[in-house]
Design a binder for this molecule. Structure first.
Ligand SMILES: [Fe+2]
Ligand SMILES: [Fe+2]
Length: 151
């Protein structure tokens, strides 16, 4: 699996969890479970993606700006997750924070796939695309396992 397929798989997982998060909005246990899964997946994905995708893209003049932009958005999403953690579940404030986070996640994933992936394909040699896919998957799985152990 190359880096693009590996990232896409994580993106689809996040989209599916977001859907459950929104549809489980009336059920306490269901939405807490979805939020927990989303936090774990997002955190593992962001870190592994920065290491296996954005760092190599920073090396190229053509992709240094998109890489910075992507990392800045990761930071924004982390802050949105923190806001949601602080908001009282079920309140208007909480609902607004859920909407904002889900919207942002979708925007970010779409932008990566539609804008950054084509740019990255041009600068990363095919061999490296494969190697980074392996690196991404190892890092992602290690970080998810670490998070699950901490729970
Ligand atoms: Fe990202
Ligand atoms: Fe991503």
């Amino acid at each position: 699996m190359d880096i693009f397929d590996a990232l896409l798989q994580s993106h689809q997982r996040q989209r599916a969890i977001c859907k459950r998060f929104l549809s489980g909005i009336g059920e306490h246990a269901e939405r807490l479970q979805a939020f927990d899964e989303l936090k774990t997946e997002m955190a593992a994905h962001e870190t592994a993606e920065e290491r296996a995708f954005y760092v190599p893209l920073i090396e190229h003049d053509e992709t240094v700006d998109p890489a910075r932009h992507g990392i800045a958005e990761h930071h924004e999403m982390d802050e949105m997750v923190e806001d949601l953690d602080k908001a009282k579940e079920g309140t208007a404030e909480w609902l607004e924070a859920v909407g904002k986070l889900v919207h942002k996640v979708h925007h970010h994933l779409d932008e990566e796939e539609q804008k950054f992936f084509p740019q990255a394909r041009k600068v990363l040699p095919v061999q490296q695309q494969q190697e980074l896919g392996v690196l991404y998957q190892e890092e992602h799985d290690r970080l998810v396992a670490k998070e699950e152990q901490a729970d």
